[in-house]
Design a protein around this ligand. Structure first.
Ligand code: F6P
Length: 409
């Protein structure tokens, strides 16, 4: 490589997004990049010429190791939708002026389905106008909803955090089981895909009964049926634990979170902020059945829990970052790196690259056959798919009793 590399982070962060950043940095330097720039706040910050030289922050191997363990987007992130090329060429002219000025050869963007829209548009524009820069995406999202990749970095660690925390929540609730009835509803992120909510099933094992019901967005939610299922469960047990996706919807398409008041906030890609479903349903159960209820919304904790990251996930996140630089350096553009599962036992994976046009803006949901017929739990096939992704840990670098993170002021 003769020129420079620029890398950005975009969309909702994960516990391992910076491991991908570390992978990009390491491979770019190994392949001879003179400078590895980091966009501050993704493409939105780049438009305001906000970028840093990453070697000012990643100075040695310890920094690389700490970066791999640092949650949330080290460089800052954005949810910014580029206009269609024919709608506003000026914005593209500006971006390419900045890339030319910085002598960028490879543009790497770490993100989910919305962020891959940026790779798609920039690579299309470069080809249309004869620009030489290569554009490659690095998959990232706790939602695990990207097409053509077996799974996405960030999902495994969020799944591990969710299963662990649910085991702890169940312990907490069961401590009182002799004294009172308690229904606990746990709300999990993932928008219109139930991958992460399904991971709640991993809590069940020799030392934990697990959750009683799991509701995914892939199956319409029937409120009356839900109340009756809970009522039935309370006939034989005093504590009931239920995992719901933030994206569960009624048969008419209304999000349960909207039914409960929710939030009016809509992002640049038209996604509503989904929040408050657990509180709504907990209040409903309390009103209808009269027992004590508790709502737990993991919210941002589930995507930033690097203290509980999966080793498989951290390593794969690093691997896809490096693979993106390699692909771009070897001439690929308009592509996203994917993870292919090579074997389950022992678990092994490899990287490939796919046309980003087939990935951007799409949503891969949980196949119906991996959800029970009644639509209130996941099948063993689902559990077998997720379990390898939560394996191993990646101990934090502890300083003064707390995990140390790499910090960009
Ligand atoms: O896409 C990742 C994700 O964490 C979703 O699971 C969630 O719905 C969304 O981001 C929340 O986004 P924000 O933090 O911008 O509200």
């Amino acid at each position: 490589m003769n020129g420079n590399v620029i890398v950005g982070q975009s969309g909702g962060p994960t516990a391992v997004i910076n491991s991908s950043l570390a992978g990009v940095f390491r491979t770019a330097i190994d392949r001879g990049a003179k400078t590895v720039y980091g966009m501050r706040y993704g493409i939105q910050g780049l438009l305001d010429e906000m970028y840093v030289d990453l070697s000012d922050y990643i100075k040695n191997e310890l920094d690389v190791e700490i970066l791999k363990r640092t949650p949330s987007a080290f460089l800052g992130t954005c949810r910014y939708k580029l206009p269609a090329i024919h709608e506003n060429q000026d914005i593209y002219v500006k971006i390419f002026e900045i890339l030319d000025k910085l002598e960028i050869e490879c543009f790497i963007y770490i993100g989910g389905n919305d962020s891959m829209d940026t790779i798609k548009k920039l690579s299309d524009y470069a080809i249309l106008t004869g620009k030489s820069q290569k554009f490659v995406g690095v998959p990232k999202t706790i939602d695990n909803d990207l097409a053509l990749t077996d799974h996405t970095p960030g999902f495994g660690s969020a799944a591990k955090y969710i299963a662990t925390s649910i085991k702890e929540v169940i312990r907490d609730g069961n401590g009182f089981s002799y004294q009172k009835q308690l229904v606990t509803i746990i709300e999990i992120m993932g928008r219109n895909a139930g991958w992460l909510t399904g991971a709640a099933a991993l809590a069940k094992g020799e030392d934990c009964e697990g959750v009683d019901l799991i509701y995914l967005p892939e199956v319409p939610f029937d409120t009356q049926n839900f109340i009756e299922e809970v009522r039935d469960l309370l006939k034989t047990k005093s504590t009931v634990f239920i995992a719901i996706s933030e994206g569960i919807r009624l048969a008419d398409g209304t999000y349960v979170s909207e039914a409960g008041g929710g939030s009016d906030y809509v992002d640049a890609f038209g996604h509503k902020q989904l929040t408050g479903s657990a509180t709504y349903l907990a209040n409903l159960i309390n009103h209808e059945i009269g027992c004590k209820t508790r709502a737990v919304e993991f919210s941002s904790l589930q995507r930033s829990a690097s203290h509980l990251a999966s080793r498989v996930d951290i390593n794969e996140a690093f691997m896809v970052g490096g693979a993106a630089v390699k692909a771009a350096d070897e001439g690929d553009t308009g592509k996203m790196v994917v993870i292919d599962r090579v074997s389950d036992d022992p678990y092994q994976s490899a990287t490939g690259v796919y046309d980003v046009h087939k990935i951007a803006n799409g949503e891969k949901t949980v196949p119906r056959e991996w959800i029970t017929e009644k639509g209130d739990y996941v099948t063993d096939d689902f559990i077998d798919y997720v379990r390898p992704l939560i394996q191993g840990d990646y101990p934090c670098v502890m300083v003064n009793g707390l995990p140390r993170h790499l910090y960009l002021k």
